[in-house]
Ligand binder design. Structure first.
Ligand code: AMP
Ligand code: TRP
Length: 333
């Protein structure tokens, strides 16, 4: 079945190995299936739900787009653009926000986590963030949305909004409730310093993550210093239980070498962490160095990146402005 894919990544800096394995690598695989049509959006409107430095934001928008392209998303096959260039996203968001219910948004765990204890001080944007996300998806009639498992609840909300809109306005099947595409394996890459914590751009420990822009030396050093335990590596998956650091390093190796965990454990069972770390550094360098070099090359020509985003935005606009026009007619404007 041909799939209409839409996904978004926030341009908030420090793209890392977790983003690559958990999201971008997956986008590339989806694009490479000729049956799919794909749209990948740099969601800058979502980024400002937390105040950003304007200069950094601009750089991060370009860097995220560069990371997409350097990883293998081809602007000739997929639409790549940043959200703020296409007004339909904001327009759609307002109308869909009038369909979404407070009770639904009040259940969103990401808001509760990000707002923290002092909810009164969180931005209104952070609260209605999932409505904008629904607008992103529904304006393109996306059928499948690749996301991390933390976004599952937002996709359920998107489905609820689509169904309520269709019911309230008696336009059966007009908005398409999308299916989430959540990776079964390697969907949570953990910190190199603590195997029970997700690898994250906001971790203050630089050694906890491999950035997509790290040099070979930095990669080798970080892997060398990655936390381990005192045992040799197990020969089967049962043996990974209660050993989060071993599980994480084995997972990263498996994902990058496109093999399953059982095969990796066959290779390293009974060996020391140092054996795994040598091979792991090698494969990370092999996979990420070309990406990192390409990101730097792309960023040295800002006009080129900006042109790709503008061309992508023109294509996105062509699709989404038509959908918003119909939405406006349906609601009575
Ligand atoms: P973020 O902007 O950090 O929320 O993440 C962008 C994308 O990368 C989302 O699809 C996340 O699910 C994915 N992602 C972020 N961190 C990780 C991680 N440590 N492991 C796997 N996927 C991740
Ligand atoms: N909320 C998503 C995240 O934080 C990013 C996002 C915005 C998105 N709009 C989207 C993802 C539409 C998929 C589809 O990761």
């Amino acid at each position: 079945m041909s799939k209409k894919i839409f996904s978004g990544v926030q341009p908030t800096g420090n793209l890392h190995l977790g983003n690559y394995i958990g999201a971008i690598k997956n986008f590339v695989d989806l694009q490479n299936n000729k049956d799919n049509s794909c749209i990948f959006c740099v969601v800058d409107l979502h980024a400002i739900t937390v105040i950003q430095d304007p200069i950094e934001l601009k750089n991060n928008i370009r860097e995220t787009a560069a990371a997409f392209i350097a990883s293998g998303i081809d602007p000739k096959n997929s639409i790549i653009f940043n959200q703020s260039l296409v007004p339909a996203h904001s327009e759609g968001s307002w109308i869909l926000g009038c369909v979404a219910r407070m009770g639904w948004l009040n259940r969103m765990t990401q808001f509760k986590e990000k707002a923290g204890k002092d909810k009164e001080k969180a931005s209104v944007g952070l609260y209605i963030y999932p409505v904008l996300m629904a607008s992103d998806i529904l304006l393109y009639d996306a059928t499948h949305v690749p996301v991390g498992d933390d976004q599952k609840q937002h996709l359920e909300l998107c489905r609820d909004i689509a169904q309520k809109f269709n019911n309230e306005y008696k336009c059966k099947d007009f908005l398409t409730p999308p299916e989430p595409l959540i990776q079964k394996h390697f969907s949570r890459i953990m910190s190199l310093k603590n195997g029970t914590k997700k690898m994250s751009k906001s971790d203050i420990a630089e050694g906890s993550r491999i950035n997509l822009t790290d040099t070979e030396d930095e990669i080798v050093k970080k892997i060398k210093k990655a936390k381990t335990d005192n045992d040799t590596l197990p020969g089967n998956e049962e043996g990974l239980k209660g050993r989060p650091e071993a599980e994480n390093l084995i997972g990263i190796y498996s994902s990058l070498s496109n093999q399953n965990v059982a095969d990796t454990l066959n290779e390293f069972g009974g060996k020391n962490f140092s054996d795994l770390k040598n091979k792991l550094s090698e494969i990370i360098v092999t996979k990420l160095s070309p990406i990192s070099k390409e990101i730097k090359k792309l960023l040295s020509d800002k006009n080129y990146i900006d042109q790709i985003l503008e061309d992508g935005a023109a294509k996105a606009e062509g699709i989404s402005s038509k959908k918003v026009k119909k939405i406006k007619e349906i609601v009575g404007f």
